[in-house]
Design a protein around this ligand. Structure first.
Ligand code: IPD
Length: 243
């Protein structure tokens, strides 16, 4: 938390993205902690300096700061996300919001927890009454991002862009959002939070897999899942909407 005063300490502040020094430093700390205990494990992270192709049975997936732009601007809505996968299956995940002291966690055979208490997804079953979190990058705005944004706005009661994908999914896990969809997130954005949603009774799905760990991803309370796919899949199979 001492590093909060370094919010503005970035390598680049571009129109599309912020490259933060703390993102890289936090990734290095996480990697060294893991490698000290499990030197034979692989690590994949947003700022990873590990091997490009994982070959070990165990893979740690890290997003040191998810919601980097929120962090940079002073919004507390950002998190650190860590997942552990064994032979391709996520077995543990945790998402921590340091400034709000909110910890979400799950293991593959246990309940999802929020600050130690079990959580459940919402019971909303009518998509037109659902609140759906989403996100949009600034590449191909007209071609892709706005079209997905429009679709989510049409199909739900309200869309929300809060700026940290893993936190969005944790909101689905604890029933404060009914769903989350984004057309181009990365494995490190979703790995931990997806397990948390599933263990809270929700459903998650990679709707389209792209190269370089990128995907279109849907996480819902389960009740609205089929309806969401029905709206989104035709768009995702349209080549002009693909990454
Ligand atoms: C981003 C955030 C944002 C989402 C982007 C992500 P980052 O992660 O989760 O909400 O819309 O797709 O890449 O860059 O802050 O770690």
């Amino acid at each position: 938390m001492n590093n909060l005063e370094r919010r503005g300490d970035c390598n680049s502040n571009l129109r599309n993205d912020v490259k933060h020094k703390l993102d890289i430093e936090a990734q290095q700390v996480a990697e060294s902690v893991i490698m000290n205990v499990f030197p034979e494990h692989d690590i994949l992270g947003e700022e990873s300096c590990g091997k490009p192709t994982a070959t070990a049975d165990w893979l740690w997936i890290i997003d040191p700061i998810d919601g980097t732009i929120n962090f940079f601007h002073g919004l507390p809505w950002w998190c650190c996300s860590v997942a552990a996968r064994y032979k391709g299956t996520t077995v543990a995940g945790s998402v921590f919001l340091p400034e709000l002291n909110m910890l979400f966690e799950a293991v593959c055979d246990g309940e999802a927890l929020f600050n130690g208490r079990p959580i459940k997804v919402s019971s909303t079953s009518d998509l037109s009454l659902a609140m759906i979190a989403t996100g949009a990058d600034k590449w191909d705005l007209d071609k892709r991002s706005f079209r997905f944004m429009k679709k989510v706005s049409e199909m739900a009661q309200r869309p929300r862009i809060l700026g940290a994908a893993a936190v969005d999914m944790c909101m689905v896990a604890c029933g404060r959002m009914d769903g989350y969809f984004e057309s181009g997130i990365y494995t490190w954005d979703m790995a931990a939070a997806a397990l948390i949603v599933e263990r809270a009774g929700g459903e998650t799905e990679t709707l389209c897999q792209y190269p370089k760990h990128r995907m279109a991803f849907l996480a819902t309370n389960g009740h609205i899942h089929a309806a969401c796919r029905k709206h989104l899949l035709p768009m995702l199979s349209d080549r002009s909407c693909q990454l």
